[in-house]
Design a protein around this ligand. Structure first.
Ligand code: SF4
Ligand code: SF4
Length: 402
C-alpha cells in the first residue's frame, strides 16, 4: 500500500481509503457479514482510512460493530462527519457527536469533518452556535483527533473557507472528468500546501468505472498494458502528490483487493505524457456524452412526490451514452413502471431537492429535459397501458371479500 504522510501529526494515511457509504445491503439495511469481510480485507491490504458519516444510513453502526468485534479499532483512522445541515441549536452538536461515538463504539473520532460545507454561510452559522469553542474542547479532551470539512461548492467559496479557520484537513470531489469543477485542481493545490486533502467521488459515482461511452473505452483500450477504466481513474489521482487519500466506496472484497494492489504500484508523477494525453481525450468524449453530471448520491431524495431523481438522470445519460433504446429500458425499469417511484411527470417544481444537491444540478429544469426525451407521446401511452394491466393483475390476485 502506498501511504501519504499527514505532516502535522506524522500519521501515515493509506493512499486508498474505504468509503463506507456503499456497504452491501440486505433487507433494507446493511449486510453486516459482507461488510465485515470488506472491512477486514481492507485492513489486511493496508487500508487504514475509513470514511463514514451520520448521514450514511447504518454505516457508522456497521463499521463500529465490525471494528469492535474483531478488535481492529487501533488499526484504523476513523473519519466521520457532523451533519451541519441538521444542526439548529448548540446542543444539537453534542447530540450528533455523542450518538456517533456510540454508533462507532469508540471514545474518539480521528478525523472529524463538518459535512458538506458549501460556503461561508453554513460555517458562520456554526460559529454563531459556538462550534469553535466546541472543537477546542473536544480536541483537548482527545475525543477529536483532527478537524476538517467536506466541500461541495464553487472554488471561490472553498478558498474563503480555507481562510476562515485553521483546518487540519479537508475533503473535496475530484476526478479526471472535470479538473475545474467545484474546488478543482486549483483548490486541491492550495489546500494541499497546508493540509492533507481527501478525495471523494474519484470515479464520479461509478460512471468513470462502468459508464464510459464506447469511444472513451476505445481510447483507453488502445493503450498497453490494458487497464480497467477504474484503474485509469484511480491512477490519475495517485499521480498527484496533493491527493492524500482517495476514497473508494468499494462494495465487495474483490474490488478492495484489486484497488489495493493498484495503490501499491502507483506513485506521484508516475504517469507518462502519453498517458496524460489519453485522459484529455477521454475527458472530452465523456463530457460530450454525459448530459447531467449526477453522481447518484441521492442527497436529493426522497422527493415528496415520489420522483426517482437519480434514476431519471441515470437513464437519461444512458440514452446518450448507449443509445435511446438502452436509456428507455433503464427509464422504464427505474421509474416508469416501478410501483413506488415515478418519473419526471410527478415533479411539481417545489425545489426541495435542489437545496440538497451537492453538484448544484438544476434538477427541475433537467427533469423537464428528461421528460421530453424519455417520454414522448407513444411512451406515455405504453406506460399507461402497462400500468393498467399491472393494476388489473393485482386486483385479480386479491382474495375475494367474505
Ligand atoms: S422539485 Fe420536483 S423532483 Fe424536486 S423535490 Fe420537488 S417535486 Fe420532487
Ligand atoms: S441530483 Fe444531485 S443530489 Fe440528486 S442524486 Fe444526483 S448528484 Fe445527488
Amino acid at each position: 500500500m502506498l501511504y501519504r504522510i499527514d505532516k502535522k501529526t506524522g500519521n501515515k494515511l493509506s493512499a486508498l481509503g474505504l468509503g463506507c457509504m456503499r456497504f452491501p445491503k440486505k433487507l433494507g439495511g446493511i449486510d453486516i457479514k459482507k461488510a465485515e469481510v470488506i472491512i477486514k480485507t481492507a485492513i489486511e491490504k493496508g487500508i487504514n482510512y475509513f470514511d463514514t458519516a451520520w448521514m450514511y444510513p447504518g454505516s457508522e453502526e456497521a463499521l463500529g460493530l465490525v471494528l469492535e468485534k474483531n478488535q481492529l479499532r487501533d488499526k484504523v483512522y476513523i473519519a466521520s462527519k457532523l451533519p451541519v445541515f441538521l444542526v439548529d441549536k448548540a446542543k444539537d452538536i453534542d447530540h450528533f457527536f455523542n450518538e456517533e461515538l456510540k454508533r462507532l463504539r469508540t471514545n474518539s473520532i480521528d478525523y472529524y469533518l463538518m459535512h458538506n460545507l458549501t460556503g461561508l454561510d453554513p460555517w458562520n452559522d456554526m460559529v454563531n452556535l459556538g462550534i469553535k469553542e466546541w472543537i477546542t474542547a473536544k480536541k483537548e479532551s482527545g475525543q477529536i483527533g483532527r478537524i476538517g470539512f467536506s466541500f461541495h461548492g464553487a472554488l471561490g467559496d472553498f478558498e474563503k473557507l480555507l481562510e476562515a479557520y485553521p483546518w487540519e484537513f479537508c475533503q473535496i470531489q475530484y476526478n479526471y472528468s472535470d479538473v475545474n469543477f467545484q474546488a478543482g485542481i486549483r483548490g486541491l493545490k492550495k489546500a494541499a500546501e497546508t493540509m492533507p486533502v481527501i478525495i471523494m467521488e474519484p470515479l464520479l459515482g461509478g460512471k468513470l468505472a462502468n459508464g464510459l461511452p464506447p469511444a472513451a473505452l476505445k481510447l483507453f483500450r488502445a493503450y498497453a498494458p490494458e487497464r480497467t477504466p477504474a484503474a485509469w481513474g484511480l491512477r490519475w489521482l495517485w499521480n498527484q502528490s496533493e491527493a492524500a487519500v482517495v476514497l473508494s466506496g468499494m462494495s465487495d472484497p474483490a474490488q478492495v483487493t484489486e484497488n489495493a494492489a493498484l495503490a501499491e504500484g502507483c506513485s506521484a508523477g508516475s504517469l507518462a505524457a502519453e498517458e496524460l494525453e489519453i485522459y484529455d481525450k477521454v475527458r472530452e468524449v465523456f463530457n460530450a456524452s454525459y448530459k447531467v453530471h449526477c453522481t447518484g448520491c441521492a442527497y436529493c431524495m426522497p422527493c415528496p412526490h415520489g420522483v426517482n431523481i437519480p434514476g431519471c438522470f441515470a437513464a437519461y445519460n444512458t440514452s446518450y451514452v448507449m443509445g435511446w433504446a438502452a436509456g428507455l429500458q433503464q427509464f422504464l425499469s427505474s421509474t416508469g413502471l416501478a410501483s413506488n417511484t415515478s418519473g419526471p411527470e410527478r415533479c411539481v417544481s417545489c425545489g426541495t431537492c435542489e437545496e440538497h444537491c451537492p453538484q448544484k444540478i438544476p434538477i427541475i429544469a433537467h427533469l423537464k429535459q428528461v421528460r421530453k426525451r424519455m417520454e414522448p407521446f407513444f411512451v406515455r401511452i405504453l406506460i399507461a397501458v402497462v400500468r393498467k394491466f399491472i393494476g388489473s393483475l393485482k386486483a385479480d390476485s386479491r382474495a375475494p371479500a367474505q
